[in-house]
Ligand binder design. Structure first.
Ligand code: HEC
Ligand code: HEC
Ligand code: HEC
Length: 489
């Protein structure tokens, strides 16, 4: 590949990988009321609106446009990328600031090719996935977007990437290599085909769950096998038994996508909490079922991030007093547990009780009334790699799924050794692992981890400047040559 096209590719990769992050990190308006309501109503659809518009509203949910363009579609959320922040735009029907002048064909080009009427988009907008959207769905989406209230305000910030990334036409090269991001599989049932369309195109699950190749497009051989995402990790969701979700039934998947929780098994925190909050909890049962069915049909990929199967016998049984609805009793129970451990003790158990117990309960089952997450048996505390759990303890959780006070981070209050101790305590006592040897070095490693920046992106500015200097020198030489040949004449 020529260096330039590699560079273009690199540029886009970083962007794409961070697109997902943006979904989690920068959603100012992302507070929804009650996540576990199964059939929360669709947005902005008045009874007068047609079936087409209603269908469009549903597509917008399934494709999770809100995650980045915000709940009123006025845009302005920053998507952090290695090249700088990329801001989502206003996609309300405002003629001046939004997409009020778009035709349906314009929208189609944006969704399928990342091309607006006047410029190329960065793949922070997930067009490599939307590429497969059907014309029917695009026309419904177009009808729906025309009915949302116009917001006649420009987003507060505009994307202004540094040279050379400000040349949007560079994306043409990247698109050649990386769009579309997925291929359709053969031999699927009709239900699975529907699931494939939802997973690959509308819901763009792979944006977060598929690792990137050297050009930062999807690594198709590692499809859905898990990828890092800022302070989070989007786990392997292929049907592999040891590192993926092979043990999940289709019903488990439906429950998880509908409610964000799977009792004593999994929780949708961070970016996945956003996905459930804005998107999957609104989907029809048959669509969630189709997603589940398709995820059973993709190739199982084993990775080194194994997840130990839940061993119910090793999980704490909820001490009856701990699952009390009486908050005062709950407090007494915690006080008793703390006293029996010994005040001022620095043991992991004492630290857990002092730091985590008030929300997650003495035994991890939390308080039923307070809506803090029960954490017993969660996959995030059963993985071989403790990084996700360490990140949760360091930086907390704020996903909008839960209406309870957010989980704070403890990077300021606890030292690395204490965090490692709590992680081990949680993994063994609440996760049912036979042993866990997280140490302070692991915590330091996670804390100082830099997001990976491909060489060409890191040095693009310098490389481009060198390129310009070389070009100027060449031009100078040419001019000199011309001048001297004239003089000679
Ligand atoms: C993962 C985040 C993300 C999601 C999900 C997303 N977008 Fe975008 N979108 C962006 C970003 C960021 C931009 C601006 C990119 C740029 O400046 O190159 C954008 C740009 C656009 C534009 C171009 C507007 C213009 O003329 O400048 C349109 C139209 C659009 N998105 C529509 C949609 C629709 C419709 C959906 C849902 C089907 C959607 N987007 C989902 C992030 C997202
Ligand atoms: C914005 C990024 C993002 C998108 C898009 C996304 N996920 Fe996730 N997903 C995550 C993260 C991060 C986690 C880990 C959550 C946690 O541990 O709290 C996760 C967790 C999961 C889990 C739980 C796995 C386990 O072992 O516990 C499943 C299942 C899942 N996602 C399925 C999906 C499906 C299906 C889609 C598409 C409909 C999807 N995800 C889209 C980021 C994402
Ligand atoms: C102020 C209350 C509070 C405290 C203190 C607290 N948490 Fe949490 N924790 C929460 C809430 C709320 C959630 C769910 C967050 C959400 O969905 O937004 C959560 C989620 C979690 C999760 C699930 C993460 C995932 O997505 O898989 C784990 C694990 C966890 N907490 C561990 C801990 C540990 C360990 C401590 C002590 C160091 C702790 N928490 C302290 C409130 C708390």
């Amino acid at each position: 590949m020529k260096p330039l096209s590699v560079m273009l590719s690199m540029l886009a990769i970083g962007i794409t990988s961070s697109a997902a992050m943006a979904q989690s990190a920068n959603l100012p308006n992302a507070r929804l009321v009650n996540a576990s309501l199964p059939n929360a109503s669709l947005p902005n659809v008045s009874p007068a609106n047609s079936d087409l518009v209603n269908r469009g509203a549903y597509i917008a949910r399934a494709a999770d446009c809100m995650a980045c363009h915000s709940e009123d579609y006025a845009g302005g959320s920053a998507i952090e990328t290695p090249m700088g922040d990329i801001y989502s735009t206003n996609i309300t029907p405002s003629k001046r600031y939004g997409i009020g002048k778009y035709t349906q064909a314009d929208l189609k080009k944006v969704l399928q090719q990342g091309r607006t009427p006047d410029h190329m988009l960065y793949p922070a907008m997930p067009y490599p996935s939307y590429n497969g959207m059907t014309d029917e769905d695009i026309s419904a989406l177009f009808a729906y977007l025309q009915t949302v209230p116009a917001v006649d305000v420009a987003p507060d910030y505009k994307t202004d990437l540094p040279f050379p990334f400000n040349f949007r036409s560079l994306m043409l090269g990247w698109n050649l290599i990386n769009v579309p991001s997925t291929e359709n599989r053969d031999g699927l049932t009709q239900t699975q085909q529907r699931g494939e369309y939802l997973v690959n195109n509308l819901a763009h699950c792979g944006t977060c769950h598929t690792p990137r190749n050297s050009t930062m497009g999807f690594d198709k051989d590692m499809y859905l096998s898990g990828a890092p995402l800022g302070n989070w990790y989007a786990p392997n969701i292929t049907p592999d038994d040891s590192s993926g979700i092979g043990s999940w039934s289709e019903q488990d998947m439906v429950t998880y996508l509908r409610t964000g929780e799977l009792d004593q098994r999994a929780y949708a925190g961070g970016p996945m909490g956003e996905v459930v909050t804005h998107s999957t909890r609104y989907l029809k049962d048959e669509d969630l079922g189709a997603i589940a069915s398709y995820l059973k049909a993709v190739p199982a990929i084993q990775t080194d991030d194994k997840v130990t199967a839940v061993d119910v016998a090793r999980l704490p049984s909820p001490a009856s007093e701990s699952i009390t609805h009486d908050l005062l009793e709950q407090k007494d129970y915690l006080a008793q547990a703390k006293a029996s451990v010994g005040a001022g003790s620095n043991s992991p158990e004492a630290l857990y009780l002092a730091t985590c117990g008030s929300c997650h309960g003495v035994d991890g089952y939390a308080q039923p009334d307070a809506r803090y997450a029960p954490i017993v048996g969660l996959s995030s505390i059963r993985r071989d790699k403790p990084d996700a759990l360490i990140n949760v303890i360091l930086y907390g959780v704020d996903s909008g799924l839960n209406t309870a006070p957010k989980m704070p981070g403890f990077s300021e209050d606890l030292n690395s050794e204490q965090i490692a101790g709590i992680a081990n305590y949680v993994r063994v006592n609440l996760g049912g692992l036979a042993n866990s040897d997280v140490n302070a070095d692991d915590v330091d490693r996670v804390m100082t981890a830099e997001p990976e920046r491909p060489f060409l992106i890191k040095h693009a500015g310098l490389l481009a400047i060198i390129g310009i200097i070389v070009a100027i020198i060449i031009i100078a030489f040419i001019i000199r040559a011309i001048m001297s040949s004239r003089r000679r004449r």
